[in-house]
Design a protein around this ligand. Structure first.
Ligand code: 5AD
Ligand code: SF4
Length: 487
């Protein structure tokens, strides 16, 4: 799911939808405590400063939290504007061409700051994909590093501090190590990410990720559980497990399956919600659904990217499942006894050779599954990927037409299906306040936005859980009134 890729800094996504004063106090407390407690470091005014902006998926946002933690542990201080920073980091995404171009625009916009002695670093997928070519295109960049090399950031920073102008971290994708840091500067004190697997071995024909993030490597179940326990002790109630393909998680100690890790985290004292993303249908097993059905803290939401409703297109995408096999997994979820599992997906339209009839199969699949959300994209040819060799490409105008048609189709599905929530009492985690509307912002276990009024009752704080009765349904969100505190 790439819906978070709108922020201008790691903090933006929280500030953008939360009551500012609440977050300010939570965040400012959280960072120095982590640093002072472990390093006894004192913030001084002569400290070197950095700015970081993150593009792309949750994996990138969480990587940035770890990069921020590493930088702070090295004595740097985070600032909120490029102009105030000594070092400017862009953590980039190259999943589609549009995402890739953003970083070059940003580098051009702030090039003038280089003359003031500021240094620029490009991290993430564009860094890994373009490598040293970035120095040619943007000579004011001093550091280019892919995600598999962030473990070496402290050494790379020393080189930059020493005056090096072309530092790279690009050759580490075959490492068996994951990027675990002692210091992760989580931007949200209630909901936190844990990476359980990095990289991807699937090599879908359109996708650049296996080339930018390298081969799959899982963390040990022991270290995942320890991190979850530490987070629960620190007051986190909502944990999201991350990986390009969490279902292919393999415990290097051979002890625990993905479903077992999910259940174990869901049973930790203090943890109220556990989510995971992203899943691959081929590796999505029934024991995951059984775990959701059995453990109340596991959220009733699964994001299961389908990409196309046509088995022919799926085969040409190298997705390794058919429409029928995908629908079998959907049937497992719909058969859950104790839960209504909300299902969302990703779809690519205009993949090379996709016929009108095959596109219609995708529209039909949306009806058949009844998704609660679809992230849809026009196929974007990416460097190094097998699909580049496919000749029968589809014109951009036709891709746009299909995308619009699909989005309208899905909107209509959601306009009707969100009505099913009317009158229900749902638990939400409070995420913030929309002062202009006089509404609090909440998120349900199904990952839906449920805004609500409190009718004179004292407002709950961000991070608290309350029960809300749904009074209105829209295609992408719900509205209601708070009825009581959640137990
Ligand atoms: N073009 C368009 N969409 C893509 N995605 C991945 N690669 C491409 C591409 N080359 C989409 C897929 C994936 C989501 C994260 O991005 O739908 O699930
Ligand atoms: Fe890309 Fe496919 Fe891996 Fe997902 S599973 S990251 S779409 S190659």
């Amino acid at each position: 799911m790439y819906q978070l890729g709108k922020g201008r800094s790691t903090e933006f996504r929280f500030l953008s939808y939360c009551a500012l004063p609440l977050w300010r106090s939570a965040r400012l407390e959280a960072l120095p405590r982590a640093i002072l407690g472990s390093q006894g470091m004192v913030v001084s005014s002569a400290q070197k400063t950095f700015y970081i902006e993150t593009f792309g998926c949750q994996m990138n946002f969480h990587d940035s939290e770890k990069v921020v933690g590493s930088l702070i542990s090295q004595g740097y201080r985070q600032v909120e504007r490029e102009e105030d920073a000594d070092l400017i980091f862009y953590n980039t995404c190259s999943i589609r061409d549009k995402a890739e171009q953003k970083v070059f625009h940003r580098l051009a916009d702030f090039k003038k700051l280089h003359r003031e002695g500021k240094r620029f670093a490009v991290l993430g997928c564009v860094a890994q994909q373009e490598g040293e070519r970035i120095f040619e295109r943007a000579p004011h960049v001093s550091l280019v590093a892919g995600s598999a090399s962030y473990r070496n950031l402290p050494e790379m920073l020393v080189q930059i501090e020493g005056g090096a102008t072309r530092v790279t971290g690009l050759d580490d994708r075959e490492t068996d190590q994951t990027f675990e840091t002692e210091f992760t500067a989580r931007g949200n004190p209630h909901r936190g990410y844990i990476t359980i697997i990095e990289g991807c071995d699937k090599f879908c024909a359109y996708c650049v990720v296996p080339y930018t993030r390298g081969k799959e490597r899982s963390r040990t179940s022991q270290s995942v559980l320890e991190e979850a326990r530490r987070m629960a002790d620190a007051g986190y109630t909502d944990i999201q497990l991350l990986g390009q393909n969490v279902n292919s998680y393999r415990d290097p100690l051979g002890k625990t399956s993905f479903a077992e890790i999910l259940a174990a985290i869901g049973e930790l004292a203090g943890i109220r919600r556990v989510r995971f993303t992203t899943s691959h249908p081929r590796d999505f097993t029934k024991d995951i659904v059984d775990a959701i059905d059995a453990v109340p803290a596991l959220c009733d939401h699964v994001h299961l990217p389908v990409q196309s409703g046509s088995s022919r297109v799926l085969s040409s995408m190298f997705r390794e499942y058919t429409r029928e096999q995908y629908l079998e997994r959907i049937a497992w979820m719909k058969a859950a006894r104790n839960r209504e599992i909300s299902i969302t997906t990703d779809v690519i339209v205009g993949f090379p050779g996709e016929t009108e009839a095959e596109f219609a199969e995708t529209l039909g699949l949306l009806d058949e599954v009844g998704y609660d959300g679809v992230f849809s994209f026009k196929y974007s040819p990416r460097p190094n990927t097998p699909a580049l060799q496919y000749s029968d490409s589809i014109a951009d105008a036709e891709k746009s037409r299909r995308l619009q048609m699909l989005q309208e189709h899905q909107r209509e599905i959601q306009r009707k299906s969100y009505q099913r929530h009317l009158g229900r009492k749902l638990e939400v985690m409070v995420e913030g306040k929309n002062a202009a509307r006089g509404q609090m912002i909440g998120r349900t276990s199904q990952n839906k936005t449920l805004n609500f009024t409190t009718n004179g009752v004292p407002e709950p704080c961000v991070g608290e859980y309350v029960m809300v009765e749904v009074t209105q349904a829209f295609p992408n969100s719900l509205l209601g009134r708070m009825v009581e505190w959640a137990s």
